[in-house]
Design a protein around this ligand. Structure first.
Ligand code: SF4
Length: 257
């Protein structure tokens, strides 16, 4: 499912409440440094050879302002201004500028709302992105595996992404200013077991969480149709079992089934 607009919602999000989406990426296709087997936007190959057409920061600011005027007039609630959309938001060429635009709009229209970014964290390797993400209230950073081998199977890091060491070092540098998001599941892809709940993944994953010491961890389950079909959605009870293991290390966990 691709977003067809740059400003989306607000929609009710199980994790963020009333969330106004800011999609910085092209409207007709996906653009990402990962190609997750569960991605709701489909496979990257379905978006190959598409022309990269981005809205400018001025255009996005205009659209956002117009939508916010409408929402204010309707008395609508907004809990979060959320960078999300058709791929990895930090790949937008003017991402740092848009962070400033969104913070300005939040302060003007909904000063109580949070600014949130859902990111795969690969672009934290670039200082200007790291610094821009630092300005947001809720940087939600993806970590789905305990080993590089499983990250490749689950997330399929590509040439725009980053090395496993870069990823972990940047998550550790973010520390408790970041929120770690992990989609837990079990399944098969191309005949291979792909799972982040097996001991050989969950144990090193837990070890990294202990080094990162994030503000909290979001554990969530599959929600919508996935490009890889042979994946099993975990129940809330299963998610809670893994959450308890993490909590025993003094790390807060929120579960979204
Ligand atoms: S990081 Fe997000 S947008 Fe990119 S492939 Fe994974 S789920 Fe899709």
């Amino acid at each position: 499912m691709l977003f067809e607009n740059s400003i989306v919602g607000p929609i009710h999000s199980r994790r963020l409440g009333s969330s106004l989406g800011v999609n910085l990426l092209p409207l007709k296709h996906k653009y990402c440094s990962y190609d997750c087997i569960y991605c709701e936007c489909g496979w990257n190959r379905e978006s190959e050879n598409q022309e990269m057409v981005y809205a400018t920061p001025d255009e996005l600011k205009g659209l956002l302002q117009k939508r916010l005027e409408q929402l204010k007039a309707e008395g609508a609630k907004v809990d979060s201004f959320t960078f999300a959309g058709n791929g990895e938001p930090t790949l937008y060429p003017h991402f740092p500028e848009m962070v400033d635009v969104v913070r300005e709009m939040r302060d003007k229209y909904y000063p109580e709302a949070a600014t949130t970014l859902l990111t795969n964290a690969t672009q934290l390797k670039r200082k200007e992105i790291f610094d821009a993400v630092m300005k947001l209230d809720n940087p939600v950073l993806k970590l789905d595996a305990g080993t590089e081998h499983m990250r490749q199977l689950i997330n399929k890091n590509n040439e725009m992404g980053c090395s496993w060491d870069e990823l972990l070092n940047n998550l550790i540098a973010f520390g408790n200013r970041g929120i770690i998001q992990t989609l837990l599941f079990d399944g098969y892809s191309d005949g291979q077991r792909v799972s982040n709940i097996i001991d050989s993944e969950f144990t090193p994953y837990l070890g990294y969480l202990k080094r990162i010491r994030p503000r909290y961890v979001m554990l969530y389950a599959l929600d919508r149709a996935t490009p890889e079909k042979d994946l099993r959605k975990l129940s809330v009870e299963e998610l809670e079992r893994y959450a308890q293991i993490i909590r025993k290390e003094g790390i807060e966990v929120k579960v979204y089934g």
